[in-house]
Design a protein around this ligand. Structure first.
Ligand code: PMV
Length: 329
């Protein structure tokens, strides 16, 4: 008999080399590889409990029962777990985030990583780390990168089984800090699942994909050699190109707010004046300012005092998804 109940913790990850566009939308097989780092201070905790008394899956996030669209996406993911485990029971899913959802902080990555680990454990599945990462990918592509710890690479792969993420360096490899300028807390209008399907409508997507392996290689080398100048160059180029694809898709997606660009320009000016910091922006308006630990307090101070950013979060490299004994009620 499987345990039927389990709880898992997962961190979101910030992509240094982004994933934008699929070669297979249904399987969420990406068109290119990507690189990320998990964010230790931000987390999602999820309890999954299979229960014979339930007739439907029930999903609560941060204390609120979720609307049909969220429940359907969670149910579809649990169906993958149930099919593998030969289990028919419906589940109660209870999840908590310690950061705002759907605001470009990759809550879907930590959400589906935690759901996958808790669901697989509760259903009695015994999966390799690679299989767990590939399964998390089916819920939200970037979730596969929140299964392993530290600095992570997702190799695009060519089919369901070989498209998974793995750690290229542990969290303590490089004391980088992500100083996040929260420009807006409102949920984004177009989610990334829909965005991925629009990527191929941009005339720039082919150029983005053709140049992606080179940027990934430069970024991987920068990470492994702790070369901040090279990292800054690859990370900013990749973020800018992804947003160029977004802005030129049909319909266009504009995730930036005026304050997003203001922070990006300030970060570049600060770096030119000698402060080690670079930016990257996901599918939302918030700006992730990456810097070595020694620069983090100054970056946070300038964001608040000089640019008037009202909320600044800081996060350091984090570990992989893990089980915990403490359930969410
Ligand atoms: O995993 P998704 O479908 O939420 O897509 C993630 C998209 C970006 O955050 C913009 C880039 C990335 O690689 O995380």
């Amino acid at each position: 008999m499987p345990p039927l109940r389990a709880t898992a913790i997962a961190h979101p990850n910030i992509a240094l080399i982004k994933y934008w566009g699929n070669r297979d939308d249904a399987l969420r097989l990406p068109a290119a590889g990507s690189l990320s780092v998990n964010l230790a201070e931000l987390e999602t905790v999820t309890t999954v409990e299979f229960d014979a008394a339930l007739t439907d899956d029930m999903v609560t996030v941060d204390g609120s029962a979720q609307a049909d669209a969220v429940c359907q996406r969670v149910s579809a993911h649990l169906d993958l777990v149930r099919n593998q485990a030969g289990l028919k029971l419906r589940a109660r899913v209870c999840s908590r985030n310690n950061f705002p959802m759907s605001a470009g902080l990759a809550s879907s990555a930590s959400a589906f990583a935690a759901l996958t680990l808790a669901g697989a454990q509760a259903a009695g599945l015994s999966l390799t780390p690679q299989a767990l990462s590939a399964l998390a990918r089916r819920g939200s592509g970037s979730a596969c990168r929140s299964i392993p710890g530290g600095f992570v690479e997702w190799e695009a792969g060519s089919e369901d089984r070989d498209s998974f993420a793995f750690s290229i360096a542990p969290p303590q490899h490089w004391a980088l800090v992500d100083v996040i300028a929260l420009v807006s807390r409102s949920p984004k209008a177009v989610g990334s699942a829909e965005g991925h399907t629009l990527a191929r409508t941009s005339p720039l997507h082919a150029a983005y994909l053709a140049s992606a392996p080179g940027r990934l290689q430069r970024c991987r080398a920068a990470l492994l050699n702790r070369d901040f100048a090279l990292l800054a160059d690859a990370v900013e180029a990749d973020s800018n190109l992804m947003h160029a694809v977004m802005m030129t898709s049909a319909p266009p997606l504009f995730y930036w707010e005026p304050d997003t660009l203001r922070v990006m320009k300030a970060v570049r000016a600060w770096r030119e004046a000698g402060l080690a910091v670079c930016y990257t922006v996901d599918a939302g308006p918030n700006v992730h300012c990456l810097c070595p630990t020694g620069a983090a307090a100054e970056v946070a101070r300038r964001l608040s005092a000089d640019l008037g950013v009202s909320q600044v979060l800081t996060a350091t490299p984090g570990g992989g998804a893990r089980l915990t004994d403490t359930p969410i009620d």
